[in-house]
Design a protein around this ligand. Structure first.
Ligand code: TYD
Ligand code: MG
Length: 457
């Protein structure tokens, strides 16, 4: 007979308690505990191992005895995904990919499953039927892959049964929120279920060295739905983002045990699936005939890749008391700070103007090297003075209105040169840009005001 007991789980962090609590001792949130029934039944154990394997007990062993260098990463045909994962898929890794509905998570995963011809891939879908997946696959127009298996199932015990029979080399779960385990009585998508199912999959991934991709939903405020522990459990968290109305999608790493977290991959959603964008700077600079006021180009670095991004600002007199400051793809607080610097250190009357700032291509920029380009763009719009489209900028702006040096300036300069810019404005402090025989002119300044008088006279 199944023994069952109920436990209380914090909906915020997944903390477990035998009794109801008003305040979570772990994350300090109020009123987050929900009761869930936990069934302790040995017969229904999630088990994918063969019996003889199960008898071998794992023992502690010295680090010295562990062979190194045997981890060979699986390289996919998708360069962007390889880069974001830190150089391919690590065997036995658990990878969570989150994103808003309709952004293209299922498409990306199905494309991956279809392109990995050398591996046996199991695509488990709890959201779509076999026919729907087939329709999507037809749409992707990729060459047939005999090694791609589809399994529409949500019960983890059945999934492990299927895995035991098929012995796949890679498993994709779409999505973790639709799975449920028989060991818990709560509904799929609840904190306890998500944690339990992810835990079972993690054990499977680690013990069989099979990489597992989990698709996860995100909540309205952009967080991954489910307990925070989910993010702690997995090895890599990828965020798939972008404006649903624009074609560009960005795959960003927010956690990676096997690589850097600053890498991004850029895709374009087309009628027949996602296409890798290998030269992003070209799409991030809009084509226009003449220079417009308020448009400038910043030389930023995302991960290891230099990206030239167009910034557009619109500064217009405020018609109501409190002026609006609306950045898209940029931090609001940082914009407020830069506006204060322009007002206090450079004497522009920003207090009576609405300021709208937009990063081209729906991209989100966190690199402070964009500061100078942003300040120039705002002043250009305020004064109605266009900046030549042959000029780009790379410097951070300090509270004193000084230009601060940014990292990897050489890489930014050579990218700007490659794209045909004639001048780049940088900080005169810090590492001197290597004086190569280049066609681009590097102009160094110490202060924002010097840049403005050089540009606008
Ligand atoms: P989907 O992968 O279903 O998103 P998610 O799993 O993240 O919810 O993405 C579907 C969207 O992408 C949908 O709006 C249709 C669009 N799409 C294309 O534009 N081209 C394609 O080839 C495919 C398969 C989808
Ligand atoms: Mg989907």
């Amino acid at each position: 007979m199944a023994k069952s007991k109920s436990l209380f789980f914090c909906q915020n962090c997944g903390h477990e308690s035998p009794k109801w609590l008003g305040k979570c001792p772990s994350c300090q949130q109020w009123n987050t505990f929900v009761e869930e029934v936990v069934k302790k039944e040995t017969a229904a154990r999630a088990d994918w191992r063969e019996d003889h394997e199960r008898k071998q007990r794992n023992k502690p062993h010295p680090l010295q005895e562990i062979e190194s260098g045997t981890e060979i990463r699986v390289l996919t045909s998708d360069e962007e995904l390889n880069r974001v994962l830190g150089g391919g898929i690590v065997p036995g890794s658990l990878i969570l990919i989150g994103g808003e509905p309709g952004i293209g998570k299922s498409t990306l995963m199905l494309q991956l499953a279809l392109s990995l011809k050398q591996l046996k891939v199991l695509y488990v879908s709890g959201e779509e039927s076999d026919q729907q997946i087939k329709m999507r696959a037809d749409r992707l127009q990729q060459t047939a892959n005999d090694n791609c298996y589809i399994f529409t199932e949500t019960n983890t015990q059945n999934i492990f049964q299927g895995i035991k029979e098929l012995k796949p080399d890679l498993v994709i779960i779409d999505s973790i929120q639709t799975l449920h385990s028989e060991l818990l009585d709560s509904t799929p998508g609840s904190i306890g279920q998500v944690r339990q199912c992810a835990g079972e999959l993690m054990k499977f991934a680690k013990e069989t060295s099979t990489p597992v991709f989990l698709v996860g939903h995100i909540t309205k405020d952009g967080m991954l739905a489910g307990p925070k522990v989910l993010e702690h459990m997995v090895d890599t968290v990828l965020q798939f983002e972008g404006d649903r109305h624009l074609a560009y999608r960005i795959l960003r790493t927010t956690k990676n045990r096997f690589g850097s977290t600053s890498e991004i991959g850029i895709y374009e959603m087309q009628g027949n699936g996602l296409r890798e964008v290998s030269n992003p700077s070209e799409i991030l600079i809009s084509q226009k005939d003449s220079a417009l006021s308020g448009a400038t180009i910043g030389a930023t670095i995302e991960g290891n890749r230099p990206l030239l991004i167009e910034i557009q600002s619109l500064v217009s007199p405020a018609s109501y008391g409190t002026p609006q400051r609306t950045p898209t793809g940029f931090d609001q607080k940082r914009l407020n700070m830069l506006l204060a610097v322009l007002e206090k250190r450079c004497g522009f009357r920003m207090g009576q103007h609405d300021v709208f700032v937009n990063m081209a291509g729906g991209i989100r920029v966190e690199d402070p090297a964009i500061d100078l380009a942003l300040c120039v763009s705002i002043v250009s719009s305020l004064e109605e003075l266009p900046v030549s489209e042959k000029i780009c900028f790379a410097a951070e702006v300090g509270l004193g209105g000084e230009l601060r040096a940014v990292n990897r300036i050489d890489q930014r300069i050579s990218e700007a040169e490659k794209l045909g810019f004639s001048e780049i404005y940088v900080s005169k402090f810090g590492q001197k840009a290597a004086a190569k025989k280049s066609t681009i002119q590097v102009k160094s300044f110490g202060k924002l005001t010097e840049v403005f008088s050089d540009l606008f006279g």
